[in-house]
Ligand binder design. Structure first.
Ligand SMILES: [Zn+2]
Length: 132
């Protein structure tokens, strides 16, 4: 279980929501500027019952390279909301420790505590993958 206080969790959820909105407005802008009719139709689609979950997937289907960063960000945020719902938000997916409020404030989509994150990045580098 997460040790985040409800007020802290509320604050982080608000931040995730704000980050999501700013990513979506970037997406909107990119799609509008693309001049591609299909993309513009996607914009006009009402967010349906399927909810936010489908937004990143719908965008990914379009395979819009310029939106890679936003799609990635939206997926992270969607995953974070899912963890909030399941009561797993703020808990490291590797070691089960608390990620900590300070770290979450800086990275509201963090899935790992700082120790596991650094360990993972080191391993990635050793395997020859560039770290994020
Ligand atoms: Zn950890």
């Amino acid at each position: 279980m997460t040790v985040l206080k409800q007020s802290q969790l509320d604050q982080l959820v608000l931040k995730l929501e704000a980050d999501k909105q700013s990513l979506l407005s970037e997406v909107r802008e990119e799609l509008e500027n693309s001049g591609n009719q299909q993309h513009i139709e996607l914009l006009n689609r009402e967010p349906g019952d399927s909810g936010d979950e489908s937004m990143a997937n719908a965008l990914a289907d379009f395979n819009v390279a310029m939106l890679d960063r936003q799609i990635h960000g939206l997926r992270d945020i969607e995953a974070a909301f899912r963890r909030v719902k399941e009561g797993e938000y703020g808990v490291c997916i590797d070691c089960g420790d608390d990620i900590g409020f300070t770290r979450l404030q800086a990275y509201p989509t963090a899935k790992r505590c700082i120790v596991c994150q650094e360990k993972r990045e080191r391993e990635y580098v050793q395997e020859g993958h560039p770290s994020m």
